[in-house]
Design a protein around this ligand. Structure first.
Ligand code: AMP
Length: 213
């Protein structure tokens, strides 16, 4: 099962990814998570990526393609994978297709999760993430039981550096300009399914399952 989650920042890709990988037993590959891990560890890759991420811009294509393909070569991806946040440009999608074709594989499903812009902004600005396990909360819509503390692991909740008001606006613009053309790209490939991302977490997941079977 070779899957891609597509959708603007704040559409709920990360939240749905957790549920999808649990049900279908495939690894969750988030290029954003890989970059944040590298920033935390202070690696060269992290330093390079951070400049772009803090402004809400895309990390250069070739750098992202290299780390994504290296990850896809790992053993746990043999039976399938869920890509979250990659590809984000048509160039990345073409490179991914070339890479998969070279391994005799292809993208099987692209799940395009759509949410209104106003709602995305509210979701992103109020989002808080657990530093330890990555679980996602919202200060109003999905608050933790105890403020600032993860319900699941007791870790500290923080606001991502790119979830501030001005960066969020830029990320959505970048999505519209550079990532939305992928909808057409995967439409032509006949692999895309459109999911309404505003129907609530469980309904969105049910819609995804009905596509994947
Ligand atoms: P995400 O966690 O998916 O929202 O990604 C956070 C940030 O990481 C993005 O705003 C980009 O700066 C960078 N990033 C993640 N994935 C990609 C990608 N496929 N192409 C370019 N930049 C990326």
């Amino acid at each position: 099962m070779n899957l891609i989650l597509l959708g603007p920042p704040g559409a709920g890709k990360g939240t749905q990814a957790v549920k999808i990988v649990e049900k279908y037993s495939i690894p969750h590959i988030s290029t954003g998570d890989i970059f944040r891990e590298n920033i935390k560890k202070g690696t060269e890759l992290g330093k390079k990526a951070q400049e772009y991420m803090n402004k809400g811009e895309l990390v250069p294509d070739d750098l992202v393609v290299e780390i994504a393909c290296a990850r896809l070569l790992e053993d746990d991806c043999k039976e399938g994978f869920l890509l979250d946040g990659f590809p984000r440009t048509v160039y990345q999608a073409e490179k991914l297709d070339e890479f998969l074709a070279g391994c005799g594989r292809k993208v099987e499903h692209v799940l395009d999760i759509a949410v209104e812009k106003e709602e995305l902004i509210t979701r992103l600005i109020g989002r808080r993430v657990c530093r330890s396990c990555g679980a996602s909360y919202h200060i109003v819509n999905m608050p933790p039981k105890k403020e600032g503390v993860c319900d699941i692991c007791g870790g500290e909740l923080y606001q991502r550096a790119d979830d501030t008001e001005e960066t969020v606006a830029n990320r959505i613009e970048v999505y519209e300009a550079q990532t939305m053309p992928l909808i057409d790209y995967y439409e032509k490939a006949g692999v895309i399914a459109h999911i309404d991302g505003a129907t609530g977490l469980d309904n969105v997941f049910a819609d995804i399952v009905s596509v994947l079977g």
